[in-house]
Design a protein around this ligand. Structure first.
Ligand code: SF4
Length: 105
């Protein structure tokens, strides 16, 4: 289990969470950020600081965003990004389902 960034972040990307995560488990994509489920320690800090209310614990995902846990896993399988978001840097890509979304703003 891990916390999950949902569609409410797409094209918004405030990125407040990046500075607050104690284990640097949040990575920047092109249109959104992604939490690495293998690195997240479930502290809940990012959920509390997100101005868009875009982050949920996996078990508490609203029905319309349930696929975002899989989207996060696929993003990390696709990019191989690991070792911390600051270390990995911006990925300049998105998981396919995010990339194909119409503009969200
Ligand atoms: S729940 Fe905590 S450890 Fe997991 S991504 Fe959010 S701030 Fe980082």
């Amino acid at each position: 289990m891990a916390y999950v960034v949902t569609q409410l972040c797409v094209d918004v990307k405030h990125k407040d969470c990046l500075d607050e995560c104690p284990v640097d488990a949040i990575y920047e994509g092109e249109r959104t950020v992604y939490i690495n489920p293998d690195e997240c320690v479930d502290c809940g800090t990012c959920e509390a600081v997100c101005p868009a209310g875009a982050i949920f614990y996996e078990d508490d995902l609203p029905e319309e965003f349930e696929n975002y846990a899989d989207i996060a896993r696929e993003f990390f399988a696709m990019t191989g990004a690991s070792g911390g978001g600051a270390f990995a840097g911006p990925q300049h890509t998105d998981e396919l389902r995010v990339a194909q979304l119409p503009p969200q703003l």
